[in-house]
Design a binder for this molecule. Structure first.
Ligand code: EPU
Length: 416
């Protein structure tokens, strides 16, 4: 199994190109189930999760061809099958994104329940509640969700809490429903707005995506599109932290600054300089990091997907900071590993109290979640000595060539 070995202490200097967004690409792939025609997508990141959603689509009989590294052609002329099996869904929870499109297109879906994961229980009750409100009959059998509806009908649905994939699932289902659907307290993440943009190109009638109220007027059918996916805001944010930590000076090409307001605000508070420059964004870490508190929130708040990376920065800040995680109940998996590298962090419920230290020291570490693993790589970049990160497959799910991109800006990092 691959490991990443980092000799800490190098400043990061140079240019990094941000890849396409993972969490936008996944629902866009699922949306193809709704279309009778050929779709062409560009700027798709090269990731394990993209391979997994491609496999799920192929299992349904959809044709998925990778044309070049970042270009995919997806043809859902026919969708002969309606079952997403446990073996695939268990490797990636986002497979649940095929549920809404399948019921809408085929009148039937059988999708394995994803189960819990390392960062929390992650229920899908709100996805199911919404589909039921749209007239689907839902049964849970042998670990699978079975959903049936001759034709979904529009409904008014209010989420108890904003859910990203829940909003996406119901928005996709509603595009082919009879009548109007209103989603209230919807997730406002840029990936939701991006999906709506693609669905509208396909012929859907969606308004308000990117706000908390989304209105979808059902149509009779959708057709194929050509689309270039937005860049990945979490990958960009991760590189911003890397520059701040290493007192680096990097330019991020293709950086979605408009989707990173809360992150940029906090990084600037911590002393990291971030300014637009030509076709990119310049990030400079000049000074010792200052401590600042962070609370994760649904968008446009500070993203839970940046919490672990930000904690590494705070571990080396001057003073005390408090990080509160409000989205997932177990998203401090990185803390015990950071403690082994010399960080000073105490956990109380959903808050982490971090007393900045002068330095971290390299150690063998591992994590069972994508963003936690990324935070350990970041820690390795500044730690004294050698850090060995194992279970690298978590990183490969969501970061395209992270080790190579870091090496390209001067990190002493290799994969063995
Ligand atoms: N929730 C419910 N019931 C539901 C759905 C969600 O109670 O039916 C709760 C969750 O337990 C959680 C909150 O709602 O407390 C928000 O979860 P959400 O449903 O928004 O998460 P998700 O859609 O499963 C997506 C991203 C995650 C990201 C979260 C939060 C994708 C494919 N995944 O997950 O990304 O952390 O939103 O922003 O878009 C990652 O990329 O590393 C990752 C985990």
């Amino acid at each position: 199994m691959d490991r990443i070995i980092i000799q800490g202490g190098e400043r990061l200097i140079g240019e990094v190109e941000v890849s396409g967004s993972k969490n936008a690409s996944l629902p866009i792939f699922a949306a193809c189930i709704l279309t009778e025609g050929e779709n062409l997508f560009q700027n798709i990141p090269k990731l394990k999760d993209i391979e997994t959603i491609s496999k799920v689509l192929r299992t349904l009989g959809v044709r998925v061809d990778q044309e070049e590294d970042h270009t995919y052609r997806i043809d859902a002329q026919g969708v002969p099958y309606c079952e997403a099996p446990y073996d695939l869904v268990k490797t990636m929870r986002a497979s649940i994104l095929v549920l809404g499109p399948l019921v809408a297109r085929k009148g039937e879906a059988v999708v394995s329940l994803p189960g819990g994961c390392a960062i929390g229980a992650r229920p899908i009750n709100l996805h199911l509640m919404g589909l039921e409100a749209m007239g689907a009959k839902i049964e849970l059998r042998k670990g699978y969700v079975q959903a049936k509806a001759d034709r979904l009908r529009g409904a008014e649905i209010a989420f108890d809490t904003p859910t990203v994939t829940g909003t996406e699932n119901l928005m996709m289902a509603a595009t082919l429903a009879k009548g109007k659907t209103i989603l209230r307290n919807a997730a406002m993440e840029p990936e939701v707005a991006e999906l709506a943009k693609v669905l509208n190109k396909m012929g859907a009638r969606i308004e308000g995506a990117g706000t908390s109220t989304i209105i979808i007027e059902g149509v009779e059918g959708l057709s194929g599109v050509k689309h270039t996916v937005i860049p990945d805001r979490i990958e960009a944010g991760t590189f911003m932290v890397a520059a701040g930590l290493t007192r680096g000076n990097i330019k991020l090409i293709n950086c979605p600054l408009e989707h990173l307001e809360a992150v940029v605000y906090k990084l600037r508070e911590a002393g990291v300089e971030i300014e637009p420059e030509g076709d990119g964004v310049r990030v400079i870490g000049n000074t010792r990091i200052r401590s600042t508190d962070v609370k994760t929130q649904p968008y446009p708040g500070f993203p839970t997907d940046m919490q672990a990376q930000f904690m590494v920065l705070m571990s080396l800040a001057r003073g005390l900071s408090v990080i509160t995680e409000t989205i997932f109940e177990n998203r401090f998996i990185h803390v015990n590993e950071l403690l082994r590298m010399g960080a000073n962090i105490r956990i109380k419920g959903n808050t982490a109290i971090i007393q900045g230290v002068d330095h971290l020291s390299g150690a063998p570490v591992m994590a069972t979640d994508l963003r936690a693993s990324a935070s350990l790589v970041l820690a390795g970049l500044v730690a004294e000595g050698v850090t060995e990160v194992s279970r690298v497959y978590h990183l490969d799910r969501g970061y395209e060539r992270l080790d190579q991109k870091l090496a390209g800006v001067g990190a002493n990092i290799r994969r063995v």
